[in-house]
Write a protein that binds this ligand. Structure first.
Ligand code: NAP
Ligand code: MN
Length: 265
């Protein structure tokens, strides 16, 4: 299953984490993997930490679609982490015994005002950075759909649907369904402003355009997963499903719905 074996460990560079990662590095080498120290040489990227570390690992390594990502949790199993450090031997065993599979997760491609596109594995969030509401024209495939006024909007991937999106009562979406979900943050609804009021899910070929109405309060905070972008004056945010996917190694016996049950039920 895994033929190219150049392995790169991604983790927070602290003495504590180094102590955790060193035995993992040894284990990898004992099992025929070759450790590399630059991302360019890697075929396999192992994130050590929680889901937050995994989000950082994909972002800092440029959402490589020619690499396999593996999430190893330092604590409990998460949504992107199918392995834990307390279970290292089991991890190698699973790989050898064909108990693992590669799942391709959809990611969002976000273009802000014709800048270089950025990618999101969980979601892209747009929020007012002041107490006042702000206004967004929501356009689906060139069709002016609604005008939003409120705190902001979240556009999430299927795997991101269990994160921020879920906290605002968005639906949990099966990651085998390539799609993006649009959820509102406190929309104002009155005789002047009307929004759908529920989350909606767009198919893989749709293009979503969020036009920030330039009324003086037009400096939203734009978040890509767990990072705030430093863009100050956004006019147009274009979002679609990216052509690329993130390939993640997971246990066959640990399906998305098992993760949902384990974490929420
Ligand atoms: P954080 O604020 O420390 O953590 C948010 C929590 O969400 C953590 O428990 C994290 O797990 C978990 N998480 C991350 N991705 C998830 C996913 N796909 N499904 C289910 N849970 C997930 O920030 P963070 O750990 O860096 O995570 C960033 C994410 O936090 C953002 O992408 C956004 O989705 C979410 N967020 C949520 C809210 C909210 O619910 N009100 C507000 C802002 C951001 P770990 O502990 O394993 O990292
Ligand atoms: Mn301005």
């Amino acid at each position: 299953m895994i033929s190219r074996k150049n392995l790169y460990f991604f983790y927070k560079q602290t003495p504590d984490m180094q102590e955790i990662v060193t035995p993992l590095e040894d284990l990898a080498e004992e099992n025929g993997f070759h450790l590399v120290h630059t991302i360019d040489e890697a075929n396999i990227i192992v994130s050590v930490g929680g889901d937050n570390a995994f989000l950082q690992a994909t972002r800092k390594t440029g959402f490589r679609d020619d690499c396999l990502y593996i999430g190893v949790n330092t604590d409990q199993l998460g949504f992107y982490t199918d392995f834990t450090i307390s279970d290292q031997k089991r991890m190698i065993q699973a790989m050898k015994n064909d108990e693992v599979e590669v799942r391709r997760y959809p990611v969002l491609e976000v273009t802000i005002d014709n800048e270089k596109p950025i990618f999101c594995l969980n979601e892209c969030s747009i929020r007012s950075n002041v107490i006042k509401t702000f206004v967004i024209d929501v356009v689906i495939d060139e069709f002016p759909f609604e005008t939003f006024r409120g705190d902001g909007m979240i556009v999430s991937t299927p795997t991101g649907s269990t994160a921020y999106n879920k906290s605002v009562r968005g639906a949990v979406i099966d990651p085998t369904l390539p799609s993006m979900q649009v959820s509102e943050l406190a929309s104002l609804n009155n005789n002047q402003y009307r929004t759908l009021g529920t989350s909606f899910v767009l198919g893989p070929d749709r293009k979503l355009l969020l036009n920030v109405v330039q009324d003086g309060n037009d400096h939203p905070i734009i978040g890509a997963d767990n990072e705030a972008l430093s863009i100050r004056h956004a006019k147009q945010i274009s979002i679609k499903l990216a052509d690329r996917h993130i390939k993640v190694l997971k246990l066959k016996s640990n399906s998305f719905w098992q993760k949902v049950q384990r974490n929420f039920l």
